[in-house]
Design a protein around this ligand. Structure first.
Ligand code: THU
Length: 127
């Protein structure tokens, strides 16, 4: 799976975002070690704190399918130059990063940047 395909799926799923309060749509698509992909979008709630980010929605789908090793994730928002994962999502991704690390591909109105989770979250918390 090329990163371009992950980006295309992230763009596609962002169209399903439920974000009437922030009006900030996000789509994420991740790739696991075994080559499977899982998508998610953000969905908000009248009780704002219950909002779920696109990244964590995608991670939940991977976990539910039994895939716990994530090697890459593409994140897209039509409302942002580059959409980086929030701090909470970085920590959630840290829990399921593959042995070889986790590439983070951010996209938006401006283009594309590739970084790693270790760069975005040095010394993530582990029990
Ligand atoms: N959001 C995400 O989906 N992912 C992030 O990493 C940052 C924020 C969503 C949550 C909320 O629905 C909207 O973007 C504005 O914060």
């Amino acid at each position: 799976m090329e990163y371009q395909e992950l980006i295309e799926k992230a763009v596609e799923v962002s169209k399903n975002s439920y974000s009437p309060y922030s009006k900030f749509a996000v789509g994420a698509c991740l790739l696991t070690d075994n080559g499977h992909v899982y998508s998610g979008c953000n969905f908000e709630n009248s009780s704002f704190g219950l909002t779920i980010c696109a990244e964590r929605n995608a991670v939940g789908s991977a976990i539910a399918a039994g895939d716990k090793k994530i090697k890459a994730i593409a994140i897209y928002s039509p409302n942002s130059e580059y959409c980086y994962p929030c701090g909470a999502c970085r920590q959630v991704l840290n829990e399921f990063k593959s042995e070889n690390g986790l590439d983070v591909i951010t996209t938006g109105k401006s283009g594309l940047k590739v970084t790693t989770l270790d760069e975005l979250l040095p010394e993530g918390f582990n029990l």
